[in-house]
Write a protein that binds this ligand. Structure first.
Ligand code: PHE
Length: 427
């Protein structure tokens, strides 16, 4: 809003005349720059019907005959010459001095020489006191453009996930459906030959669901074979020799690893009339009842790759791990024997970190046990190699985030999400 003194000075000038006044003349009369008068006219227009103003041709003298103009004001050259002050003038400013935007100003239907500020909002106080009756309200401008909403932003984890997904797709893998966070203990543990007394199945490591607490639908004959391999053995195995209980397998939980999904998919594959080799992957959320610290939360994402075919060996697993990690820009790998209930042999994967100058763990892997695959009904001779890693770790390294709470959870700075660059894994 232009300064009120100027607005009222303009209104007093206008009060004295019968018709209207030229904004240029107002500027001359008041001894101010014409642009200030233009601003004052716009402010007064915004107040409603106080004045009416008509913008006049912005190139006034061009509209008159050239000859009479020159007679009045001199030749074009002379005008340009005269418009240039002694100290000189940039060309664009010279153009401005030749262009005239002025207004023809007349009184409006609610003309007055004093300015009352228009209210933009009807407040509860105005209603309560009745003061709204005396106020002037600014009309809504329904033509005004709304504030453009910010576009959506992908979280860094989702950007890195996209890159991992791309790597798997390049390697010919198909994505598994991972949209069930709630799983039964049966698929999360039992189908994977994880014994019912295993410490990971404790309340301390697993979030169990209280409602619905139990799952009821299982492939019955497969469940019987799982029970048998745990309690008595079979398929060349001695089993664990304990009293396997359906009640334990029925317990619902938040899945602790995406290997539960891999188990479901391998069981489904085994139900095919004829076995076909497959390459599957998944990248999704898992939940563990862990103590929280700078690098651990109770939920995180796992990246998992699974390959099933006749005669796959540990050599194939090392080969596919090399291919996968090379695509991530990690070429130096080492393998360390490890233990998982469902893989034998199992290997932890280490890569040499050039920055830290040491070997760091980057994943876990193995060959699924026959005690897991044969009860599913997969043919003898088919082996399944698999590996898993977390999505958070490479994301934190990539984006230089040291505390996981800055990446996930209610303390995340949204600006960090907006500003985070697209992830590119150097390969
Ligand atoms: N499920 C394992 C984990 O949670 C990862 C893994 C997947 C290991 C596949 C071996 C094979 O850490």
């Amino acid at each position: 809003m232009a300064d009120t003194g100027l607005l009222e000075a303009l209104l007093r000038l206008l009060e004295k005349v019968d018709g209207g006044i030229e904004s240029q003349d107002v500027a001359a009369d008041l001894g101010v720059d014409h642009q200030l008068i233009v601003g004052a006219v716009k402010s007064l227009q915004a107040l409603g019907e106080v004045i009416s103003a008509e913008q006049k041709s912005s190139k006034r003298w061009e509209l008159t005959g050239e000859g009479c103009e020159i007679a009045e004001q001199g030749s074009h050259e002379a005008r340009v010459f005269n418009a240039i002050p002694d100290k000189g003038l940039p060309q664009n400013e010279l153009m401005l001095t030749m262009t005239v935007k002025s207004y023809w100003i007349t009184k409006g239907s609610s003309f007055s020489t004093t300015i009352t500020k228009q209210e933009t909002e009807l407040t509860p106080e105005m209603i309560a006191s009745g003061s709204w009756k005396e106020k002037k309200f600014k009309p809504y401008n329904f033509e005004a453009m709304g504030v453009a909403p910010d576009c959506g932003h992908l979280h860094p984890l989702m950007k890195v996930r996209t890159q991992f997904r791309q790597i798997f797709l390049e390697m010919g893998f198909t994505e598994m459906p991972t949209n069930n966070f709630i799983e039964s203990s049966f698929w999360n543990f039992d189908s994977l030959f994880q014994p019912q007394q295993h410490p990971a199945r404790d309340q301390h490591d697993t979030f169990f669901i209280s409602d619905p607490a139990l799952a009821h639908e299982f492939p019955q004959d497969y469940l019987e074979r799982v029970k048998q391999v745990h309690s008595e053995g079979g398929y060349g195995s001695q089993g664990y020799k304990y009293d396997w209980k359906i009640e334990e397998a029925q317990k619902n939980l938040l899945r602790t690893h995406t290997t539960a999904v891999s188990a479901r998919m391998l069981y489904k594959l085994a139900q095919q009339e004829k076995f076909t080799p497959v390459k599957y992957f998944s990248i999704d959320r898992v939940f563990r009842n862990e103590s929280l610290d700078a690098t651990h939360l109770a939920e995180f994402h796992q990246i998992e790759g699974v390959v099933a075919d006749y005669g796959l060996t540990l050599g194939n697993l090392m080969g596919v791990l090399h291919e996968f990690f090379t695509k991530l820009g990690i070429t130096k790998l080492r393998f360390k024997p490890a233990y998982n209930p469902y893989t034998e042999p199992s290997m932890e994967v280490f890569s040499y970190h050039e920055g830290l100058k040491k070997w760091v763990e980057v994943g876990n892997s193995g060959v699924f046990r026959p005690e897991m695959l044969l009860p599913m009904g997969l043919p003898e001779g088919v082996s399944v190699i698999a590996w898993g890693l977390s999505l958070e770790r490479p994301t934190m390294i990539k984006y230089g985030i040291n505390n996981i709470r800055e990446l996930v959870g209610h303390k995340v700075n949204l600006q960090m999400v907006y500003d985070s660059p697209i992830c590119r894994l150097d390969s």
